[in-house]
Design a binder for this molecule. Structure first.
Ligand SMILES: [Zn+2]
Length: 298
């Protein structure tokens, strides 16, 4: 099977994509253009890391695609699997990620997201996969709402914590773990896609895992929000090498449509507890601080 010039292996009804050649190329991940305008140069926060592999490069150049406008980190060569393994080791959750992904710290937002998801994604109680589930806080909330939950998470430390909570979590990235094609009623990926080296391949793989009529909910950064427009590169989400892509809502719509999904809702996410959207429409009236929430179906 070939999609978008990329190869993908399909074995025994399962989906496992390989050959991520786009990551190594200089092309825009969304449209393939190679023309970029420089936006920011950010010194690496890891240039004095005790782990040698994380010290290179010493700075990241962030550019805007002149064709589609997607803002992305221009360096790609550093994104080896060894680099990513070190980047998301235990220290990420304990230092760089702060308490944000910790065991209990985000329970309130997780509960909020679980309720939004349960309300707006049909097939309640079906099979739900969370991609990038960290310590499993969201999955735990959805399990309590009756969903049959499982997760994929690249950090072995986070997987250990999630499993200790009794959750079914596979260790790896979406491309490296073998999962059943058209097996899931719903997929959720919260604040993850901006970390992924190849968002297009990531979304294609996710779409393949969904049953027809299945639902996707994702959250990510939104450069059109008030805070990034005010702060520019001082916004804390402008954070390479963790965050590699910075989206606008129209670009996220294009990504999802390119992989065969239909966007039902896209709008501001606001801060915890202040989600006001009614869903199933493109709601630009929602107060947008710099994050978007998207719901799409297959
Ligand atoms: Zn582009």
């Amino acid at each position: 099977m070939k999609r978008n010039g990329k190869s993908a292996d399909v074995q025994h009804g399962s989906v496992m994509h390989t050959t991520v050649d786009r990551v190594g190329s200089a092309a825009c991940n969304l449209c393939g253009s190679e023309s970029f305008q420089d936006v920011w140069t950010i010194e690496s926060p890891l240039r004095s890391s005790p782990k040698q592999i994380l010290r290179v490069p010493e700075a990241y150049h962030i550019g805007r695609c002149e064709s589609c406008g997607l803002v992305q980190v221009r360096e790609r060569a550093f994104l080896s699997s060894e680099f990513l393994r070190e980047l998301y080791s235990r220290e990420y959750f304990e230092s760089y990620g702060g308490g944000a992904y910790g065991r209990d710290a985000r329970m309130r937002p997780f509960r909020k997201y679980a309720r939004i998801f349960d309300k707006h994604c049909p097939r309640g109680g079906g099979k739900l996969l969370e991609i990038g589930c960290a310590h499993g806080g969201f999955l735990e909330e959805c399990k309590m709402l009756g969903w049959d939950v499982s997760g994929v998470e690249p950090s072995s430390h986070a997987v250990e914590v999630a499993r200790s909570r009794g959750l079914d979590v596979r260790c790896g990235s979406l491309g490296s773990v073998q999962l059943g094609e058209a097996e899931y009623d719903a997929l959720v990926t919260l604040a993850t896609i901006e970390h992924v080296p190849d968002p297009k391949q990531f979304l294609q793989t996710a779409a393949d895992l969904l049953k027809p009529g299945g639902c996707v909910m994702l959250t990510t950064v939104d450069l059109e929000g008030l805070v990034p427009r005010l702060l520019g590169s001082r916004w804390r989400q402008i954070a390479p090498p963790w965050h590699l892509y910075y989206f606008h809502q129209s670009q996220m719509v294009r990504y999802l449509e390119d992989v065969g999904l239909r966007v039902c809702y896209i709008g501001g996410k606001v801060c915890p507890g202040v989600y006001r959207a009614k869903a199933y429409r493109h709601d630009r009236r929602v107060w947008n601080l710099g994050y978007m929430l998207v719901i799409a179906t297959k």
